[in-house]
Write a protein that binds this ligand. Structure first.
Ligand SMILES: [Fe+2]
Length: 435
């Protein structure tokens, strides 16, 4: 990869000699002259966001928040961690005190359409007025899907993108409170629920609608304290991937740019303290990762994602590659492939300097960007994937013979907002390098 990176540096410096250096006069000496070299400030719109409550200990607010939404709540959790953890008993006592009757549904692994339809049938007549999802992306997405279907009793297959019956979702959805216990998917701030079916005809598709956005995202970074290192690492790589893909998305806008850069900075500062630190350093690291994941969810709901997520979906469906691991293992190679393709096919477009800026941000040096930023970015992503033990795809039983099928199935929505269209050959190369 070093040689490829060297070539990248040489070529990109021709086009972007040092775009962040003040000496080049990006800010004109005479401000009244305007900004002749800058593109016009774009128009944009932002869809609804959840109300956000963030901070250590905020889980204690949950019963009161839920009571404001309804008197009977469905609590959706992961299969084991919540039941065994220290938060269940005080929460249940809190719900009772707040006058909220609670039904519970535990979701093992990534939710399937059958699982969601079963839950809708089971709780349809329970008088549920609000849904609470506590857990990782799977539990929150399951909660999101059920909240969207309980009022009508419709099947998830009516609305699932690409594989469903193509009906238009008309709501209504029950109010949803999302409480993440991992820092990665940002599902607490997205309007889609990802449903999976594994195996030969497997898929990983979204039920998506503005009405599925959680009413409240309650983020308590202290909930991450018991998250095992491999899960924390994979989730952090998912959040970082979502932030990078949002920032270079063809639908990026000035507001998502600001949030994505803040999120990337938070990953830079929080990742290693959260993963390897202890005490106050670890606590600060966890808060930063939780913030980064939240920013990544907000951004991706507006901008879409990119080629890493395009490939992660079939890898999860066909080989059971966990989402965070799929993102973590593909991020460095896909970023480099995007950069190389951009230099060939869109050297003066907006995406290359954006990648350079991310590199500078990860290096903690505002003056590192352009070609230097690309080198730093590539190095950092490689280094992190290695240090975080991101698995090779062959670990999941994938071989070179499987690559064409994965490439063929990678054209989902995420691929459409990649900064440029990667060819089947380029996607094949990425997957080969990560076998
Ligand atoms: Fe993701």
């Amino acid at each position: 990869m070093a040689l490829r990176r060297g070539a990248a540096l040489m070529r990109v410096k021709v086009y972007h000699p040092s775009p962040c250096s003040p000496s080049r006069g990006i800010i004109p000496a005479d401000a009244t002259a305007g900004f002749p070299n800058m593109p016009p400030f774009p128009a944009f719109s932002i869809t609804a966001l959840p109300r956000i409550v963030f901070g250590d200990g905020r889980i204690a607010d949950l019963p009161r928040e839920v009571a404001a939404l309804g008197r009977t709540a469905l609590l959706v959790t992961g299969a084991h961690s919540f039941r065994a953890g220290p938060y269940r008993a005080p929460l249940m006592a809190g719900f009772a005190e707040a006058g909220v009757a609670v039904e519970t549904w535990e979701v093992a692994g990534e939710p399937t359409p059958d699982l969601v339809d079963d839950a809708v049938g089971r709780f349809r007549s329970a008088g549920i007025q609000a849904v609470v999802g506590i857990g990782g992306g799977s539990a929150i997405d399951a909660a999101k899907a059920v909240a969207g279907l309980l009022p009508t009793g419709a099947s998830i297959m009516d609305f699932l993108e690409g594989v469903g019956r193509g009906k238009t979702y008309a709501g209504p959805a029950l109010p949803l409170v999302a409480v993440p216990t991992t820092a990665g998917t940002g599902a607490e701030a997205t309007k889609n629920a990802v449903l999976s079916r594994t195996g030969a005809n497997g898929f990983k598709k979204s039920f998506r609608d503005d009405r599925l956005m959680p009413r409240l995202a309650l983020i308590d970074p202290a909930l991450l304290a018991t998250c095992p290192r491999p899960v924390m690492a994979a989730n952090a790589m998912d959040a970082l991937t979502q932030l990078i893909e949002s920032y270079v998305s063809i639908r990026a806008n000035p507001m998502t740019d600001a949030l994505a850069l803040a999120g990337i900075e938070a990953v830079r500062d929080g990742l290693w303290p959260a993963i390897e630190g202890a005490g106050a350093a670890a606590r600060e690291g966890r808060a930063r990762l939780a913030f980064a994941a939240l920013m990544s969810g907000i951004c991706l709901a507006q901008t879409g994602l990119g080629a890493v997520h395009g490939m992660a979906a079939p890898l999860g469906a066909a080989f059971g590659v966990p989402h965070g691991a799929a993102c973590g293992t593909l991020l460095a190679e896909t970023t480099l492939a995007n950069i190389e393709a951009l230099m060939e096919r869109d050297p003066l477009g907006p995406a290359l300097p954006r990648y350079g800026r991310i590199g500078g941000l990860l290096a903690g040096q505002a003056r590192v960007c352009g070609g230097d930023g690309l080198i730093v970015l590539s190095d950092v992503l490689d280094d992190w994937a290695e240090r975080l033990d991101m698995p090779r795809l062959s670990v999941f039983g994938m071989t070179e013979a499987d690559i064409p099928a994965v490439v063929a199935a990678s054209g989902g929505n995420s691929m459409k907002t990649n900064p440029l269209v990667l060819t089947a050959e380029e996607l094949t190369d990425i997957l080969k390098r990560r076998l």
